[in-house]
Unconditional design. Structure first.
Length: 448
């Protein structure tokens, strides 16, 4: 423990290191430009590094489903995109789209170090925390755009998660209202807020509609929680799995991918106590389509998978009352209930410590009672605008921003060129004065 560094201190040290590297990098580039200027005989020398046009950054391979519809649309339009990922096995690195150029940039701080000196007109990412911890805004990037990876509150990111993006792509009006409220509280400049819908859900629904296969299977319950202090596994641990096994139904446990990073000890303990068996399976598929499709009911907490399951597959959910603590999140700042928690009673049944032992009856009731169908329809209307149009709307907006950044860069380059030319040329007035004076002197000598 004596070597432990808390995230805040670690971020500060990383920022100091990046600052030092940045200063050295700037000095080195300045010296190189001067050296090349001298060696070229005083001719203007352009920089070798050319600014990238459009960059997508994914901090994990699991976000390929979010970006895939957009990459397909970019490819169909013939637009080249640099896809930077922090996962060496990201599907984007071997995707079938010729205009998408995948690049593994390292994991963790190594990836952020590269991004902090990136030169690009526009960068799109699902990653929150820009300019808060290790990931700093680069002076070489013209515009940062965020796209959420789930159909729920954007205020459920860790505090200040999206404050320093220039634009946010949204799926519902309630998200825009929350962002504007935070901007006002924190005296932040207004971001571009564009409602595009949810491209990955459009893709998943189209996939389901084209998938006619429906193999027989035993009644299956999917336990797919979020992560953190307010999540199911942290609150209930082994108990909920034990109760689920007592139902006699097939049980799939799919922890949040972040749990395997941030809650390693807990996950390993539970997996050891309840290993894979004929009745229980642990799922870590990168694509959650198949596991959602073959599950009859979902048990979760505040995870965004709830909306994938209910809005696409039109199936019931049971949500755990884990007494969610908003203090680490942006939601803490708003004097209102999160949309996610206001909609849960309309689309599913609550699970509490008091009724957990009656979980089998709750499951059976949810599967046989049609009363939650209306709530699912309401939720779709509130959080999934422009269904089927997400990718097209997203790419339309990004191309518009790209054109704006291209024009800004052109104007900036023209100003810099004019300034340099002005510094090189002597003043015209002084030149004219010398010439005229010389001519007058000559004329006087000739007696004219």
């Amino acid at each position: 423990m004596k070597f432990y560094i808390d995230p805040g201190t670690g971020s500060m040290l990383f920022a100091i290191l990046i600052g030092i590297i940045g200063a050295l990098n700037y000095l080195l580039k300045t010296w190189l430009v001067k050296l090349r200027f001298i060696l070229s005989g005083g001719k203007k020398v352009e920089e070798d590094s050319e600014k990238l046009s459009l960059v997508i950054f994914a901090d994990d391979k699991r976000y390929w489903n979010v970006f895939r519809p957009l990459c397909r649309e970019f490819d169909q339009r013939g637009v080249d995109v640099t896809y930077m990922t922090a996962s060496s096995d990201d599907p984007a690195l071997s995707c079938e789209y010729p205009h998408i150029h995948g690049e593994f940039i390292g994991e963790g701080n190594k990836a952020f170090a590269k991004l902090n000196f990136l030169k690009a007109k526009l960068l799109l990412s699902t990653t929150p925390g820009l300019d808060v911890y290790q990931w700093k805004r680069s002076k070489g990037v013209g515009c940062y755009v965020h796209i959420p990876h789930t159909a729920s509150d954007v205020t459920l990111y860790r505090m200040f998660g999206i404050d320093y993006y220039d634009a946010i792509m949204l799926s519902g009006e309630y998200q825009a209202e929350d962002i504007r409220a935070l901007e006002k509280m924190r005296n932040l400049p207004s971001k571009d807020l564009v409602k595009i819908g949810i491209p990955y859900m459009d893709d998943m629904l189209a996939r389901l509609q084209a998938d006619v296969s429906a193999p027989e299977h035993p009644r299956t319950v999917l336990l797919a929680p979020s992560w953190g202090e307010s999540a199911i596994l942290k609150k209930y641990g082994e108990k909920i799995i034990e109760v689920l096994l007592q139902t006699g139904y097939h049980v799939i446990v799919r922890p949040h991918p972040q749990s395997f990073r941030s809650e390693t000890e807990m996950i390993e303990r539970i997996m050891k106590a309840y290993p894979d068996s004929d009745q229980l399976e642990w799922n870590r598929d990168n694509d959650n389509y198949e596991v959602l499709k073959r599950s009859d009911i979902l048990i979760s907490d505040f995870s965004g998978v709830i909306f994938d399951f209910t809005l696409i597959f039109d199936k019931p959910v049971i949500y755990a009352d884990t007494k969610f603590d908003t203090s680490p999140y942006d939601a803490w700042w708003l004097d209102k209930e999160c949309w996610t928690f206001s909609v849960l009673p309309r689309i599913g049944h609550v699970l509490t410590p008091e009724n957990m032992n009656d979980l089998k009856n709750i499951i059976d009731t949810c599967l046989e009672d049609p009363r939650y169908a209306k709530g699912r329809d309401e939720a779709r209307a509130e959080t999934w605008e422009h269904p089927g149009e997400g990718a097209v709307r997203a790419v339309d907006y990004l191309m518009q921003k790209l054109e704006e950044q291209t024009e800004k860069d052109r104007q900036k380059a023209e100003k810099q060129t004019a300034k340099k030319d002005g510094e090189k040329k002597p003043s015209r007035g002084r030149k004219k004065s010398v010439r005229v004076t010389g001519e007058n002197t000559k004329e006087k000598k000739e007696g004219k």
